[in-house]
Design a protein around this ligand. Structure first.
Ligand code: ATP
Ligand code: MG
Length: 451
């Protein structure tokens, strides 16, 4: 028997292991001041943390504060969930609910559970003498809300603050505070619906379906990975999932070259493979077949792996014009990334289509959007998940300077804001499909005139 079982059995609660998820056992073991409970939807965060708070508090007679940003949301979600957990844990007999106070008190141990919103005028008084705080939907709180709660949670031994949340935005303070710096006394837990054995097949299918409608939401709620809050001004304003992502995998067309477009970031090295027709009439197409995100690799290793996917196709290569530079990270002696790549892919100089310069973000934004809007058949394979995510979430920097307004908001190559695959797409379009926008001058700051 492990210590978790022992604690539960000692409490003499009529409930066994099989009533708990992995998330519960993860939470149960954590004794740090902060428990950072991040995850996708339906992973069992709320259910499990309510179970933990109820079990712990009844044992020690503690005072627990359960917080949401807005008080009125408590009565529809959090309080009913506690009521249901109380019943399942067989605590109904001892637990007294005071609806007007929004609290439960255990008749034997004196443990209390107080539910408050941060908009509650009485909230600060409720924090006094608190042993434990559970924050539901913690992304609703501002960092000032959090600092204030943390500051006021004092005067008791081993106070614990648990934060439950979905990773809705990679710019959120929760990420900066707990994931991008060293925080002492914080334990982190990650979970997705895959960690919850209590879901039905139907529940699972519904969550997985998100992928077809909104990849960003799929990332956040199915994969439990940091996503991007609603992008009001997308960089690719003409990109539409329904129009540009094929519902079915795209076949590689035989007897048609495969064009590779690289972004030579050090890590990951990224590439897209695509095919397109040169003619413009009926049956014209552009198809992005595959994406590669290769971590901790060299140009030679990457070249071999990519070549193995297209052994019988003529290949061409384009990409980041700075890949010509010797100092871009992979080069040895007088070799550049490009010369290594050409050698490994076994292609001739004629198949190297590297531009002499990269498009400016302004030129590129205009051309990409024009193509997405006007091309009758521009499709991306549904397996190109990172590219699709980039297309949905990329946004320009916020600026009042008209010369900078199309500038892509970028972070380091290995961050959510790397947009490496979008860079590959930009280079591909710049090299191969620049002509598509010929009727309008490249570099026009405004969308094309009405035709
Ligand atoms: N221990 C459990 N026993 C039975 N069912 C459970 C258990 N844990 C979770 N579930 C089921 O899984 C569902 C989702 O759990 P929960 O609401 O805790 O997820 P969550 O991670 O808080 O989701 P969200 O991020 O959407 O708030 C519950 O409504 C319940 O049906
Ligand atoms: Mg929840």
């Amino acid at each position: 028997m492990n210590d978790t079982d022992a604690t539960i059995v000692n409490l003499e609660l009529p409930i066994s292991d099989e009533h708990f998820t992995q998330v519960f056992f993860g939470l149960w073991r954590m004794g740090q001041r902060f428990v950072v409970n991040k995850g996708g939807t339906a992973s069992g965060k709320s259910f499990s943390s309510a179970q933990k708070e109820l079990l712990l508090s009844c044992c020690d007679g503690q005072r627990t504060l359960i917080i949401r940003k807005i008080a009125s949301t408590l009565k529809d979600s959090v309080i009913p969930s506690f009521r249901a957990r109380i019943a399942e844990l067989g605590m109904e007999e001892y637990m007294r609910e005071n609806k007007s106070e929004r609290s439960f008190i255990h008749a034997l141990t004196g443990a209390s559970f107080i539910f408050r919103g941060l908009d509650d005028p009485e909230k600060l008084k409720s924090i006094e003498g608190i042993d434990r705080i559970l924050i539901e939907e913690a992304t609703e709180l501002t960092i000032e809300d959090f600092y204030e709660l943390n500051r006021r949670a004092r005067g008791r031994e081993k106070i614990q603050i648990t934060l439950n949340f979905n990773p809705i935005d990679e710019r959120h303070w929760l990420k900066k505070h707990f994931y991008e710096q060293e925080v002492t006394n914080a334990a982190k837990l990650e979970s997705t619906f895959e960690n919850n054995p209590f879901l039905t097949e139907h529940d699972r299918t519904e969550i997985s379906y998100l992928k077809q409608f909104n990849y960003n939401q799929y990332r956040i709620y199915a994969l439990g990975e940091w996503g991007v809050a609603q992008v009001d001004n997308p960089w690719l304003y003409s990109f539409e999932l329904k129009k540009h992502v094929s519902p079915l995998p795209l076949d590689l067309l035989p007897n048609n070259p495969v064009h590779l477009s690289f972004d030579f970031n050090i890590n990951p090295m990224c590439c897209i493979a695509f095919q397109y027709s040169r003619h413009r009439g009926e049956g014209t197409y552009v198809r992005v077949i595959k994406e590669f995100e290769l971590k901790n690799t060299t140009a030679v290793q990457a070249g071999k792996l990519i070549k193995a996917h297209f052994p019988h196709h003529v290949l061409t290569v384009t990409g980041d014009a700075t890949g010509r530079n010797k100092n871009a990270g992979y080069s040895q002696a007088d070799e550049t990334i490009w010369t290594q790549m050409i050698r490994t892919l076994g292609i001739s100089a004629a198949q190297m289509l590297t531009p002499t310069r990269n498009a400016s973000h302004k030129e590129s934004r205009y051309l990409c959007n024009y193509l997405l809007q006007e091309h009758p058949s521009f499709l991306i394979d549904p397996g190109c998940e990172s590219l699709i995510n980039d297309c949905l979430t990329a946004r320009p920097i916020e600026t009042d300077d008209p010369n900078k307004e199309d500038q892509l908001l970028k972070g380091p190559g290995n961050s959510t804001l790397g947009f490496n695959l979008l860079d590959c797409l930009r280079y591909a379009i710049w090299t191969h499909l620049k002509d598509f926008g010929r009727r309008i001058p490249i570099g026009t700051p405004n969308p094309p005139p009405e035709r």
